[in-house]
Write a protein that binds this ligand. Structure first.
Ligand SMILES: Cc1ncc(COP(=O)(O)O)c(C=O)c1O
Length: 419
């Protein structure tokens, strides 16, 4: 075992995050000098890991995707830096139109930001300005980011317990607790309800046609904006372009007012996020000449990120990777059922999946999901326990995942599930 925070070449991480570096090292996840290729990562010490995380859902095209890298390199050569912040570049309009078209033109505007948290907070800003109301509701165990306000939207006190301040206007309810929601929305003080159609950090729990329609109807009846946080589950991961379609919210009368996307938008190469929304909510913030740049950030909508988004969406579309995510998700589910006969429970949609062990089986096996996770790493598979549900394992492989990769995953899981 290497000492403490030493990496392969002896460099230390004291100036960055020594505890985290040590944890990763001990878990066999020191990625210093690692190289990716397709669905695999080769570590500096020569281990090959099947990547079932894809940068938590960013690397939709896998690693070192030849066309992506070639086209991105070309864009890098040709793209100038932004001339000034908040400029309107052609590439911005093209990417906005592409996202709106993919949504079936259910929305008319796109606001670009840099991180998921920034876009989620921007959506809340649109909702508050549009409704003139101060409160926000999110669901317990949801994850919405770790900037100041989004940390409190993230429905788990772990992320905020060290902070000596707490906003009074963020409220959490248990998912599907409609009685509590009705009570809170009746006050007409709630600007927005924010939900994840298919959650990432809380064992991929998701909404269905009935529950999401009920949520949308409740919001509509009380003038509350409904915001779908698809930072993780959006842009193909669920086997649909949008998570709201994966859960059956395709009916326009049940559609949310805004959708937030990010992770899958640039193949993991550059940070980029976006809010899709309607004209009226957009205009509430930007709809007057003097207000045209009242919100935004220096790198939001920068030209390089726009080009990267256009290239990635084109490659996902031409490679039919959304269909592939649906097919591979179904195959994983089927192979788990045949190999493990109910001992492994899978939740989620497409390639936004989460695995749990049947309680009886977990007792027999006498292993926690963390043990299974570490055994999987030893066996050459990279996955990660969910932060809000550590007894479940997140699987978010690249959308290029194929039949061979599914078989490797199932075999390695079988090995990790031996006593
Ligand atoms: C559903 C969801 N929302 C928001 C975020 C925050 O995104 P970022 O880390 O880019 O700020 C994440 C990140 O994991 C997420 O999964």
């Amino acid at each position: 075992m290497k000492s403490e925070t030493d990496s392969e070449d002896g460099a230390r991480f004291d100036s960055v995050n020594p505890h985290w570096a040590r944890f990763l090292d001990e878990a066999g996840l020191d990625m210093t000098g690692a190289r990716g290729d397709g669905c695999y990562i080769e570590t500096a010490d020569g281990r090959a890991l099947l990547d079932c995380l894809a940068g938590f859902g960013t690397a939709n095209l896998g690693h070192a995707h030849a066309s992506l890298l070639a086209r991105f390199a070309d864009a890098l050569q040709r793209t100038s830096v932004n001339v000034f912040p908040f400029e309107c570049a052609d590439s911005q309009r093209l990417l906005a139109d592409k996202l709106l078209a993919l949504s079936g033109w259910r929305f008319q505007k796109v606001f670009f930001a840099t991180t998921g948290a920034e876009a989620v907070e921007s959506a809340v800003k649109f909702a508050m300005t549009s409704t003139g109301r101060p409160d926000v509701i999110t669901f317990r165990d949801a994850f919405h980011g770790l900037s100041m306000f989004s940390s409190f939207m993230t429905g788990n006190p772990f992320w905020t317990e060290a902070l000596p301040w707490k906003p009074g206007n963020v409220h959490h309810v248990d998912a599907h607790n409609f009685a509590a929601l009705e009570d809170m929305l009746a006050s007409r003080k709630v600007a927005a309800v924010v939900f994840e159609p298919v959650a990432g950090s809380s064992s991929a729990q998701h909404w269905n046609v009935e529950t999401s329609a009920r949520l949308a109807a409740l919001c509509r009846a009380t003038g509350t904006k409904l915001i779908a946080d698809e930072v993780y589950c959006g842009l193909g991961r669920t086997g649909n372009w949008f998570g709201i379609d994966a859960i059956g919210m395709s009916d326009t009368s049940a559609a949310p007012d805004m959708v937030v996307v990010s992770k899958g938008l640039t193949g993991g190469l550059v940070p980029l996020s976006a809010v899709l929304l309607n004209d009226a909510d957009f205009d509430a913030v930007f709809g007057a000449p003097g207000k045209a740049k009242v919100h935004g950030s220096t790198f939001g909508g920068n030209r390089l990120a726009m080009h990267c988004g256009l290239i990635v969406l084109d490659l996902v579309e031409s490679g039919r990777l959304v269909d592939n995510a649906a097919a591979m998700g179904a195959l994983i589910e089927a192979r788990l059922a045949t190999r493990f006969n109910g001992r492994v429970i899978v939740r989620g949609k497409g390639l936004a999946l989460s695995l749990e062990l049947d309680v009886w089986f977990a007792g027999e096996l006498n292993k926690s999901m963390s043990d299974v996770w570490l055994d999987l790493i030893d066996g050459g598979v990279l996955a990660m326990p969910n932060s809000a549900a550590p007894d479940s394992l997140r699987l978010s492989p690249p959308l290029i995942f194929g039949v061979d990769e599914v078989e490797v995953l199932i075999d390695r899981l079988d090995e990790a599930l031996q006593p």
